[in-house]
Design a protein around this ligand. Structure first.
Ligand code: Z5A
Length: 210
């Protein structure tokens, strides 16, 4: 059966995920691939409602356990309604953040046990994982400055610098542990240079797929 490829884009705040998502989608479309772009948390009507609970500053504060479980609740919905059907139809799915973000933010930032996250991951995803993950890596200081120039901080963006240092470290550790899946791009370069590096990885992926 024809199945598509699952690509994810990761990194701390302000690294340029949103900026590069359209570039990647257009590049792959020009190479003849049918692309579904989506994001987490979110991607379906219910998952977008969960995103609101997760990102907005609510009157009642969201406890860390609820945050972790809501990330996976949104993901379960997203997998069932969007990701799996698209992959089964042979499309390529390009997702702004996925489970690596849970390891980085909830594992690194909130200090949840990685084995617990892994248990929930297996329960929800049953082995489904990205084929490639582009990690845009940038110093936390520059990332936060870039993000701050854009909009009011959401619930995560209001965290302290040390939180994001832990998040970045988990991303880098995961990239080191899975070098075949991760492509690490230096996001401190100009947008043109970042996109050139991304294009090299995409070319390799397209060659693999012919
Ligand atoms: N989260 C979680 O905790 N656990 C999970 O499992 C998941 C998510 C899935 C929502 O993520 C939040 O959910 C997120 C983690 C948490 N935390 N926060 N905050 P999101 O992806 O929706 O939001 P985000 O991480 O805040 O994304 P972002 O701030 O929109 O960053 P970005 O998309 O990577 O950056 P950007 O908007 O493309 O660029 C930022 C600015 O920099 C913009 O003005 C650009 O023009 C500029 N830029 C971009 N690239 C460059 C270069 N190369 N040079 C100079 N300037 C640049």
């Amino acid at each position: 059966m024809k199945t598509g490829k699952f690509l994810t884009l990761e990194g701390v705040e302000g690294v340029g995920k949103t900026t590069n998502l359209n570039f990647i989608a257009s590049y792959l479309e020009e190479a003849g691939k049918e692309i579904v772009t989506t994001r987490e948390p979110g991607g379906t009507a219910i998952a977008e409602q969960i995103r609101g609970l997760l990102l907005n500053h609510n009157e009642e504060s969201l406890c860390d356990e609820s945050e972790l479980l809501l990330m996976f609740a949104a993901r379960a919905q997203h997998l069932k309604e969007v990701i799996k059907p698209a992959l089964d139809a042979g499309k390529w799915v390009l997702c702004d953040r996925f489970t690596d973000a849970t390891y980085a933010y909830q594992g690194g930032g909130r200090h949840f046990n990685m084995a617990d996250i892994s248990w929930i991951e297996n329960f929800v995803q049953k082995g489904l994982a990205p084929n490639k993950t582009i990690l845009l890596d940038l110093s936390v200081e520059v990332g936060l400055k870039r993000a701050a120039s854009r909009s009011e901080p959401d619930r995560f963006e209001s965290e302290k610098k040390a939180f994001f240092e832990d998040v970045r470290q988990v991303y880098l550790d995961r990239a080191k542990a899975e070098p075949n899946r991760f492509c690490v791009v230096d996001a401190s370069q100009t947008i043109e240079q970042v996109q050139q590096s991304i294009a090299c990885y995409l070319d390799e992926l397209l060659l693999d797929n012919v």
